[in-house]
Design a protein around this ligand. Structure first.
Ligand code: NDP
Length: 291
């Protein structure tokens, strides 16, 4: 049976570590890390995500503010709010929950967030720094996956990681993170997508397979080399309301050496990395203030 990579438990441990660092920073510098969360419209999943993110902030001692805007908010109004938050010294991180209503150009909003406060790591400069090997804010889900592997003593360096999915928020930055010339990375990375041929043959060559495509139970046991590590990023809602991942967990856990569950695997790590990034942003703020 595979080792279960318990993201929920690790998230609790890491959030407690972050809480201690937040308290220390506040005591030493008078600065308490603060996250501004911006929610536009009535998307119920987004409302839950933002609520969970703010609850985690509060538990770890970060300040958090919610800007809950109506569905018909215009792009100009949202841009004006982002500019105000960019200029507010108490706000160290800005989270604009996606997706945004269709009258708003998401890319323009993501780019309007100051690179110093881009705790989601979605902006062009955050991704550019990462691509250049000088990472600043790493996107939360990929960073959480790296931490989940490392903190479970799973070696990444030198191993073949196959990532299925190439989105800008998961697959692509994850590939950049794991292939960095840095401790905890140095992997040989292959990225697959919907046009990849003989995908099962490629995933079967992996030491670590990471699936982020949004298709229930896509990765089957015969696509996994016995003893490989499997990370499931997918969150899919089944007709009965339950959540399922992109991996056929029941079958794959019999061949994998370690595997993440859904829920309770990658998801809780994503929120934890948002807190980590906000703490890091507050530290940048303190260092810039002093230099
Ligand atoms: P996107 O829809 O943005 O991207 C999906 C990617 O999967 C694309 O690159 C697409 O290929 C690829 N893909 C789709 N179907 C196949 C297929 N049959 N074979 C191979 N590749 C395929 O998704 P996201 O990256 O935003 O999210 C992926 C999943 O992860 C979703 O279930 C999402 O809910 C979940 N998620 C979970 C998070 C967490 O915290 N646990 C955070 C973010 C996402 P192509 O580029 O060719 O179209």
């Amino acid at each position: 049976m595979a080792l279960i990579l318990d993201g929920k438990k690790l998230a609790q441990t890491m959030q407690a570590e972050i809480a201690a660092e937040v308290a220390q920073l506040a005591q030493q510098t008078g600065v308490r890390p603060g996250l501004a969360a911006v929610l536009v419209g009535n998307n119920s999943a987004s409302q839950v995500y933002v609520r969970n993110k703010r609850a985690a902030c509060q538990k770890a001692g970060l300040d958090s503010w919610l800007y809950d805007l109506p569905e018909q908010t215009t792009q100009a109004q949202l841009l004006e709010l982002v500019q105000r938050l960019n200029a507010d010294p108490k706000v160290h991180g800005i989270l604009v929950q996606l997706p945004l209503p269709k009258q708003i150009d998401e890319a323009a909003i993501v780019e309007a967030v100051s690179p110093d406060k881009d705790v989601d790591g979605f902006g062009v400069s955050s991704l550019g720094f990462l691509a250049m090997g000088k990472p600043r804010f790493l996107p939360c889900t990929p960073l959480g996956i790296q931490q989940l592997l490392l903190r479970n003593n799973i070696l990444i360096e030198g191993r073949h990681v196959v990532i299925v999915g190439r989105s800008n928020i998961v697959g692509k930055p994850l590939a950049l993170i794991l292939m960095q010339k840095a401790a905890g990375a140095n992997a040989t990375v292959t990225v697959c997508h919907s046009k990849s041929e003989r995908l099962g043959e490629i995933t079967k060559q992996a030491d670590i397979v990471i699936v982020a495509i949004g298709q229930t139970h896509f990765l089957k046991a015969d696509m996994v080399r016995p003893g490989a590590v499997v990370v499931d990023v997918g969150i899919n809602r089944l007709p009965d309301g339950k959540l399922a991942g992109d991996v056929d967990f029941a079958a794959v856990e019999k061949v994998a050496s370690a595997i993440t569950p859904v829920p309770g695997g990658v998801g809780p790590m994503t929120i934890t990395m948002l807190l980590h990034n906000t703490l890091q942003a507050a530290r940048f703020h303190v260092n810039n203030r002093e230099s």
